[in-house]
Design a protein around this ligand. Structure first.
Ligand SMILES: NC(=O)c1ccc[n+]([C@@H]2O[C@H](COP(=O)([O-])OP(=O)(O)OC[C@H]3O[C@@H](n4cnc5c(N)ncnc54)[C@H](OP(=O)(O)O)[C@@H]3O)[C@@H](O)[C@H]2O)c1
Length: 419
């Protein structure tokens, strides 16, 4: 019996909201608030008559903290689920603190204006101190720890799939399979085919920035950074088949390195087809991935934002995408003095997701855990004053909920490992 305010109404939000509406016993009231209110109204209409959750909508620019605070005060939700963009994380956390609501998100803070000199100075210092150069990191949100603690509120960070489920898998492996985990390889495989020469599966701006950045991994207490796409491996994914995968920097490496004692190496690999890589390299070479505004016919445009308007809307890929995703983690370590390796993964079918909620599996695999995180915070099972990553809570209720709400998982002992 709880009230949830959802910020954003894009691909991930659409799934999270539909799953909340399947779970009306917990989510009795839900307000969909986003910048473009027509999208919220369209989703509410689509759900009319199919749920007992009482749905309302609101227009809000989440960067406008006073306006968002007023909306939270007026609606009085138990929790706010942020499934807008990482640029809005801090503004939404500020509004939650002012109005007294718990906070949940799926991606860590990223600055929208990376040319801002104040942000750049902090960024450069962090690059030097920590040794990775991604534009996003947890320091901004972890800095809210005292404020959330004092306010008696919970901020749950990274409750998507990766980060999210992969981090809960880690907590589960640690609790039930290992005395100590030594290595974690997170493998994100999308075996889906949408038939376009080039499209991104979620917000193009966020996706392309992530993929075109240098890769990095955590080893023996420090970051090792490598040129983009310079470590490649091949892996035979259960139910998908053999795929090329590349080492990327990914945000959960940072929190797992902090929260999993004894871990010696953490790597993240994602699969890409050759067509995707060739297109991306070309776009990068001509400057289309740049976030620095350029002047065009008297107007300032940001190349990557212009590119977004040309690419297929990720939400439109659902009906066209066939095949499966396989996302999971290979853990190695020791249990009762014996060496041990396990592989914990979920397989998700694009067309099955489309039939259920009208979205492809990438939005589905993020939206379901976003709902589960919001449920565990709202029903009190994952409530603790402060700022937490998902691996800091008891993984069992989350793992049970994954099986119940559409993302069943498998544990394989003695799996093929990654060199
Ligand atoms: N952890 C994971 O596994 C994972 C995986 C994929 C994605 N994600 C994260 O999920 C989030 C959503 O991704 P998506 O693919 O759903 O993105 P999307 O389709 O682009 O949707 C973003 C939504 O946020 C709204 N929005 C943007 N700026 C806003 C503002 N200032 N105020 C209010 N609403 C605003 C947009 O409104 P408009 O309609 O007006 O543009 C849109 O409805 C992102 O943070 C992404 O990084 C996490």
């Amino acid at each position: 019996m709880s009230r949830l305010l959802v910020i954003g109404c894009g691909g991930v939000a659409s799934v999270a909201i539909q799953k909340c509406c399947q779970n009306s016993e917990v989510f009795t009231d839900l307000c969909i608030a986003s910048r473009t209110v027509s999208k919220c109204d369209a989703l509410r209409e689509k759900l009319a008559g199919k749920t007992t959750t009482n749905l309302t909508t609101a227009q809000v620019d989440a960067m406008d903290v006073p306006a968002l605070t007023a909306l939270i005060r007026a609606y009085q939700p138990d929790a706010v689920l942020n499934v807008a963009l990482p640029y809005q994380d801090l503004a939404i956390m500020d509004a939650c603190l002012s109005a007294g609501a718990h906070y949940i998100d799926t991606a860590n803070y990223e600055a929208e204006d990376t040319d801002d000199p104040v942000w750049r100075a902090v960024y450069k210092k962090r690059c030097k101190e920590l040794g990775f150069s991604a534009y996003f990191d947890y320091s901004w949100q972890w800095a809210y720890e005292e404020k959330f603690k004092k306010a008696g509120l919970t901020a749950l960070l990274g409750s998507g799939f990766d980060p999210g489920v992969t981090s809960v898998f880690t907590a589960y492996a640690r609790k039930h399979y290992f005395d100590e985990i030594h290595t974690i390889d997170i493998l994100d495989c999308n075996g889906g085919d949408h038939g376009y020469p080039f499209a991104t599966n979620f917000n193009p701006e966020i996706n392309l920035r992530e993929v075109s950045a240098p890769g990095s991994y955590w080893e023996n207490g420090k970051w090792v950074e490598i040129p983009p796409m310079s470590i490649k491996r091949e892996y035979e994914f259960p139910q998908v088949g053999k795929k090329d995968m590349y080492l990327l920097h990914h945000e959960e490496i940072e929190s797992l390195a902090k929260n999993i004692p004894g871990v010696r190496r953490i790597r993240f690999f994602m699969t890409f087809g050759q067509s995707y890589l060739t297109h991306m390299k070309c776009l990068e070479n001509v400057g289309m991935l740049s976030t620095t505004p350029v002047e065009y016919q008297g107007q300032q445009i940001v190349p990557i934002q212009f590119l977004k308007t040309l690419l297929p809307d990720p939400a439109s890929l659902g009906p066209r995408t066939v095949g499966k995703t396989n996302i999971g983690c290979i853990f190695s370590g020791v249990k009762d003095g014996e060496k041990k390796t396990i592989y914990l993964y979920n397989v998700c079918d694009h067309q099955a997701c489309y039939r259920e909620v009208g979205s492809q599996a990438i939005s589905y695999t993020t939206g379901v855990p976003a709902m589960i995180g919001a449920m565990l915070v709202a029903n009190g099972r994952w409530q603790k004053p402060g700022v937490f990553n998902v691996e800091e809570f008891d993984p069992d209720p989350f793992m049970d909920a994954l099986n119940r709400w559409g993302l069943p998982w498998t544990v394989e002992e003695h799996p093929e490992t990654v060199e």
